[in-house]
Design a protein around this ligand. Structure first.
Ligand SMILES: Cc1cc2nc3c(=O)[nH]c(=O)nc-3n(C[C@H](O)[C@H](O)[C@H](O)COP(=O)(O)OP(=O)(O)OC[C@H]3O[C@@H](n4cnc5c(N)ncnc54)[C@H](O)[C@@H]3O)c2cc1C
Length: 406
């Protein structure tokens, strides 16, 4: 009798869950195990983000982000329709406040058109007010296709599907290393013992560099955690905007800037900012983890990055230290919120890949080392793109290892 193919997937965030689903569809009959170190799926980035289904405005045409974001939106739309998960196509405006931002706004519009974003338009300040009566600005890019969703709910549905398709979902089990086994296949070392598989796919988010290094993959890129704080506005501001209101992002930073974001539960939030995090996985309080902080401080690439980004860091720090300043900045786009009362929400922590030369890696990074695949950079729009990233990874693994043959 021919033995079944065994594939291990590490990480029960939205991308690991999507990879598992893709494997069940493309490799029926294989034995698939999903390892997640937490007791529930979506405990990290997937459960702590803005919940925006990005339409593909900003990304370098032809790059993985641009391609997988557009494909991801289409796959996500059909998945949520099939699973009856709320999806609200509320639209978004990226707003320029000053003349000096106009050139950058036009560049975003140009990229969006080249990326095939449906319905995207460059609009005047007057048209902006027709779309978002409370917003102010001299010009904007309008993307009617941008939507909101609960990515943790999508992940739970993907994991449910995986279980129904026979996947062995092991929560509370940490993978400590993935070793290439002598002969063929891999040995997956876990907190509950070791096991052999034919292939392993690691989607470990904030821990992706550590797991990759422990598994003998390249040292670079490393992960630098950047936290993002969110405030929720008092209920009378729930409908202050119809859709999402974003600033024109700083081109030196891969983050999109503090925005007004509706959530699918109706809450209106402001955030996230972006500042160096002293931990990878602590969401409340001061959020300091000595090991995580020392590891960042020992990374020469980090100091190269820091030296070139002092102005941006100073600007972000002011918003971190004062929630009033945070709201005031957002109120430049929607003045009515200036005096709103608000409460803090748990922060999100981004797994941002850093190259050895100190530059933040913009595109998604997938490394294949023999039968092991490491997803090493999947920042925003990673959740939007998750089903397409899964399709891309699994396609590659199937071709490379001729898995269809067995
Ligand atoms: C503040 C913020 C805002 C964002 N906003 C958006 C947005 O609006 N739209 C969008 O598309 N994207 C957004 N993103 C990006 C998006 O959240 C991520 O791209 C996406 O969640 C990545 O999914 P993942 O599965 O790779 O990572 P994660 O969700 O972090 O999952 C990784 C999982 O791996 C597990 N794990 C790690 N190491 C091990 C191990 N050794 N053994 C077992 N399990 C392990 C972890 O416990 C975790 O559950 C945002 C991110 C942040 C932080």
């Amino acid at each position: 009798m021919v033995e079944k193919r065994r594939v291990a997937v590490v990480g029960g965030g939205i991308i690991g869950a999507a990879v598992v689903r893709e494997l069940t569809q493309r490799l029926p009959g294989a034995e698939i195990v999903l390892f997640e170190k937490e007791r529930e799926p979506a405990a990290h980035q997937t459960g702590h983000n803005s919940g925006v289904v990005h339409a593909g405005l900003y990304y370098e045409p032809g790059g993985l982000k641009a391609r997988l974001c557009r494909r991801g939106v289409r796959l996500l739309q059909s998945y949520v329709a099939e699973r009856d998960i709320p999806y609200e196509r509320c639209g978004k405006v990226v707003v320029a406040l000053e003349e000096e931002e106009r050139g950058r706004l036009e560049a975003i519009h140009d990229r969006a058109r080249r990326n095939g974003v449906p319905g995207v338009r460059l609009i005047s300040g007057g048209e902006l007010r027709e779309i978002e009566p409370e917003a102010r600005g001299i010009a904007a890019v309008h993307s009617p296709d941008t939507a909101i969703i609960d990515f943790a709910a999508v992940t739970r549905a993907l994991v449910e599907d995986a279980r129904s398709a026979g996947v062995d979902v092991r929560l509370g089990v940490e993978v400590t290393a993935i070793e290439t086994a002598p002969g063929a296949g891999v040995r997956v070392r876990t907190s509950r013992g070791d096991e052999r598989f034919d292939n392993a796919i690691a989607c470990a988010g904030l821990q992706s560099d550590r797991l990759a290094r422990r598994s003998g993959a390249a040292k670079s890129p490393s992960i630098v955690p950047f936290f993002g704080q969110y405030l929720v506005l008092e209920p009378r501001f729930r409908d202050i905007t119809r859709g999402l209101v974003y600033p024109v992002p700083d081109p030196k930073y891969p983050f999109l800037g503090v925005h007004l974001t509706k959530r699918v539960d109706g809450a209106m939030t402001v955030g996230p900012n972006a500042f160096l995090s002293f931990s990878r996985e602590i969401y409340r309080g001061l959020g300091i983890d000595v090991r995580d902080a020392l590891e960042t401080a020992a990374d020469p690439g980090f100091w190269r990055f820091a030296a070139g980004n002092l102005a941006g860091a100073r600007r972000e720090l002011l918003g971190v230290l004062s929630t009033k300043k945070f709201i005031k900045d957002a109120a430049r786009y929607v003045p009515a919120i200036e005096d709103a009362r608000y409460a803090r929400l748990p922060r999100g922590i981004r797994a941002q890949a850093l190259a050895a030369n100190g530059s933040l890696v913009d595109d998604f990074v997938i490394q294949h080392v023999g039968p092991v695949t490491h997803l090493r950079n999947a920042p925003s729009p990673g959740a939007t793109s998750s089903l397409a990233i899964a399709e891309h990874i699994v396609e590659h693994v199937l071709e490379r290892h001729d898995l269809k043959a067995r």
